[in-house]
Design a protein around this ligand. Structure first.
Ligand code: IPM
Ligand code: MG
Length: 377
């Protein structure tokens, strides 16, 4: 994180603000609606960003299945250019059954992995926060999850996701599938620093998750985390094996503050952590490079089964836009305006189907956007 200057947010959360971006005159956002519910939910986040009157410049491009249909490439050149010129990217979601049988390099997920790698977005921050209004939405007992506030820091550009060699080949008369898990110590160190810095602005605890009892890659992971720890004497570092971590997340999730882990374990644990809150439709995420540029997207997927019906929850995308204002643009006040507006609509009892409870008012995607705009302040 050498060139980034970590700032302290008013609410005590971690933030990385790139001074160059903060001072640049025009702030450019690349909007990638993607597939499934992506276009509907990003439309609401764009409305909110426009209503803030911050003079943000927004331009839309194709990613994922929508890009495959139009160009044959899930991360086409025009999108690459727009994304690399922009200060930040707001993404809806990619993927759907329509594209699942295409050759692997044309699948929507390749577009997402492609943009992460191309923009060097190595630090994925996935908060799992329980909104008091939604305590009943969790499948866990309220006494287990009330007050839950975990930040998963997932390494996003390495590990078995990108390791070579990989493939499916014929060997000795049968098919043979293989992938390669690897990390360099510098990759581990830079994500470790993000986690320690984040913990400094929270409850000063980092739990590093690995599988060092079996995998050498993650022995190195543990060694490097231990080597970093003395630089952060104010933060308590602990280690946990990934299978135990998966269990502890549902047994006693409030023991965690910041969890840091590799790409694949982070993929799995962040879905698990999000469901503790009962409402994956509420959770934003940020994927940052070393300079504060970021891609912001809801933690949930493209939900093709409900696409185009105006029933999807746009709040995770709206909250992702708030993360963008905070982390990339250093606009803490604007970020808080958006987050407070979301809290207000929840307090008013407005709910999309995914978080609906009897006695609440059921609203659609656009109505939820209207409601956030109405209380934006
Ligand atoms: C995520 C998703 C992606 C991942 C898929 C869509 C490639 O599950 O962002 O967690 O595995 O990283
Ligand atoms: Mg995932």
């Amino acid at each position: 994180m050498s060139s980034a200057s970590p700032g302290k947010a008013a609410n005590g959360r971690f933030q990385v603000v790139c001074p160059i971006l903060r001072e640049s005159m025009v702030k450019k956002i690349c909007i990638l609606p993607g597939d499934g519910i992506g276009p509907e939910i990003t439309a609401q986040a764009v409305r909110v960003l426009e209503a803030l009157g911050l003079g943000l410049e927004m331009e839309t491009a194709l990613l994922g299945g929508a890009a495959v249909d139009a160009t044959g490439d899930p991360y086409p050149e025009a999108t690459r250019q727009l994304a690399s010129q922009a200060d930040a990217v707001l993404l809806g979601a990619v993927g759907g059954p329509k594209w699942d049988t295409l050759p692997r390099e044309q699948r929507p997920e390749r577009g997402l992995l492609g943009i992460r790698k191309h923009l060097n977005l190595f630090a994925n921050l996935r908060p799992a926060v329980l909104y008091p209004e939604l305590a009943n939405a969790s499948t866990l007992k309220p006494e287990i999850v009330s007050g839950l506030d975990i930040l998963i820091v997932r390494e996003l550009t390495g590990d078995i996701y990108f390791g070579q060699p990989r493939g499916i080949e014929n060997r000795n008369g049968e098919r043979f599938g293989f992938n390669t898990m690897h990390y360099t110590e510098s990759e581990i160190r830079r994500i470790g620093r993000v986690a320690f810095e984040a913990a400094r602005r929270r409850n000063r605890k980092v739990c590093s998750v690995d599988k060092m009892n079996v995998l050498e890659t993650t022995q190195l992971w543990r060694d490097v985390m231990n080597e970093l720890a003395p630089e952060y004497p104010d933060v308590t570092l602990s280690h946990m094996l990934v299978d135990n971590a998966a269990m502890q997340l549902v047994r006693a999730p409030r023991q965690f503050d910041v969890m840091v882990t590799g790409n694949m374990f982070g993929d799995i644990l962040s879905d698990e952590a999000s469901m503790l809150t009962g409402s994956i439709g509420m959770l934003p995420s940020a994927s940052l490079d070393e300079n504060g540029k970021g891609l912001y997207e809801p933690s949930h997927g493209s939900a093709p089964d409900i696409a185009g019906q105006d029933v999807a929850n746009p709040l995770a995308t709206i909250l992702s836009a708030a993360m963008m204002l905070r982390y990339t643009f250093g606009m803490e006040d604007a970020a808080c305006r958006v987050e407070n507006a979301v809290k207000k609509v929840l307090a008013k009892g407005l709910r999309t189907g995914d978080i609906f409870e009897p006695g609440m008012t059921r609203v659609g995607t656009e109505q939820m956007g209207d409601a956030v705009l109405a209380v934006l302040g």
